[in-house]
Design a protein around this ligand. Structure first.
Ligand code: GLC
Length: 455
């Protein structure tokens, strides 16, 4: 993917800004009344869900170009970009088929771009551009999808861009041109705030999503956005709602984008958003799809570090989902359904010093799930495990496994090396998952290993 330098700059700036905010304000800054147990309860479904689907659906799929950024970056003119309004039909939009596919993939929630930075809303807004009055779609695309998700027992997330590069009272327009300076004309800025907050209120009243996925906070400060007010308004409507981090410090969870974290992120809740190829929306020339195997491994890695994966799809302008994406979601679905107990409702696994791969733990910490990439040519090794393994098996297959502990002299405190032998016939074609039932909640050896002076 071509990394646009200014965007990288923006991302870095945001990362620093959000680090600064995290350092300065506790996570519950916006809702001081919320106790830690109440927060944990509100976040529970999200923490348990592990896997969600992001959907970038908008007029940018007509020409198959970058969502919003293509005119902001000057790749096409604004007028050229907006001509796509005339080609957006949603003629084959079947929200129940989307929801069913999402459920089949094993995702437990989905996030739909209700409005991207281009300002074209997918529902019938009172003001601004929307697909109901400005395109041939002529219908609300959000409501039916929300209903379909709920019918399938999936949680509903709506993406909402704070930035609206189309709106007459929004300062930013393109990289080269801005309408005005918000600080110099607070009354005009305030008109924008009224407008966008009206849309947010409308979204919350009509659809009452379980999760709000904000984006674009980097163009203004929390005070300018009135971010605290947004949070309070949304939580007043639905006290159980969850808000992502991109609300200028007033969100609930971190949102690393594209880069799979190397080490476990410090935040309690986080979600990696990731494209299947290199584009958020549908782009016919982008064939750089990650394979189902790579995505399954990324999912295992992510949940092993205590995060969620929000995997993106980009439907075509008519509402159909491209075949490679459908196929990949089905392949992921086979794997997630087979290994459900090692995925949903689990917690981060053990550090990679102990098991050189991804792992998760059951909520009670008594079952350790080991994700085995590829085909091991010898037994799988776990180090430093203080527990006794009562039973070892292959998840979704039932095969009981032989375990062996070696290198444990009776006088040493260091646990021996635990080897688990996996018969080749029990291997999964993608990633095999082993379950070790422990004699109690997991305990790892942490003491310094000292040289033996005498024995
Ligand atoms: C970035 C991009 C946006 C995309 C989003 C998804 O913020 O600006 O186009 O929708 O990431 O995470």
């Amino acid at each position: 993917m071509q990394l646009k330098l200014h965007r990288l700059g923006l991302l870095l700036a945001c990362a620093c800004a959000s680090l600064a905010t995290h350092a300065a304000t506790p996570a519950v800054a916006a809702a001081p009344a919320e106790t830690a147990p109440a927060e944990a309860q509100r976040m529970q479904w999200f923490a348990d869900a592990k896997f969600g689907i992001f959907i970038h659906y908008g007029i940018y799929a007509v020409d198959g170009i970058d969502e919003s950024w293509s005119f902001f970056d000057g790749y096409v003119s604004y007028d050229h970009y907006m001509r796509q309004l005339k080609g957006f039909t949603a003629a084959d939009y079947h929200p129940q088929a989307w929801a069913d596919l999402i459920r089949e993939s094993g995702a437990r929630y989905a996030v739909l771009t209700a409005k991207h930075h281009d300002g074209v809303a997918l529902w019938d807004t009172a003001q601004g551009l929307n697909v109901v009055k400005d395109t041939l779609a002529k219908r609300d695309l959000v409501g039916p999808f929300v209903q379909a998700l709920r019918k399938d027992g999936l949680k509903v997330g709506l993406y909402f861009s704070l930035i609206d590069w189309s709106y007459k009272d929004y300062p930013g327009f393109t990289k080269a041109e801005s309408r005005y300076d918000a600080k110099a004309d607070p009354a005009r800025w305030n008109r924008f705030v009224q407008y966008y907050q009206g849309q947010l209120r409308d979204l919350s009243q009509r659809y009452n999503p379980d999760l709000y996925w904000f984006d674009g906070d980097w163009e203004h400060s929390a005070a300018e956005w009135h971010a605290k007010q947004d949070r309070e308004m949304l939580l007043a409507r639905n006290p159980g709602a969850i808000i992502n981090s991109r609300l200028a410090g007033y969100g609930d969870y971190a949102t690393p984008e594209q880069g799979v974290p190397i080490t476990r992120p410090p935040q309690k809740y986080w979600e990696l958003c990731l494209t299947m190829n290199n584009s958020w929306g549908w782009q016919p020339n982008d064939h750089h799809f990650k394979s189902a195997n790579q995505l399954i491994r990324i999912l295992a890695d992510t949940i092993g570090m205590g995060g969620n994966l929000l995997l993106d799809i980009g439907p075509r302008a008519d509402g159909t989902i491209p075949a490679p994406e459908v196929d990949t979601l089905k392949q992921i679905g086979r794997w997630t359904h087979k290994h459900a107990e090692a995925i949903y409702g689990t917690q981060a696994g053990i550090p990679k010093d102990y098991y050189a791969g991804s792992s998760t733990l059951s909520k009670d910490g008594r079952t350790l799930y080991l994700f085995v990439d590829g085909r091991p040519n010898g037994p799988v090794l776990v180090k430093g495990l203080m527990n006794r393994v009562l039973h070892a098996r292959v998840v979704g297959n039932g095969t009981t496994l032989d375990t062996q502990v070696v290198g444990k002299p009776y006088w040493s405190k260091v646990p021996g090396l635990l080897y688990v032998t996996v018969p080749p016939a029990a291997l999964d074609p993608e990633v095999t998952v082993l379950a070790l039932t422990l004699d109690g909640p997991v305990r790892l050896f942490h003491d310094e290993v000292k040289p033996i002076e005498s024995n």
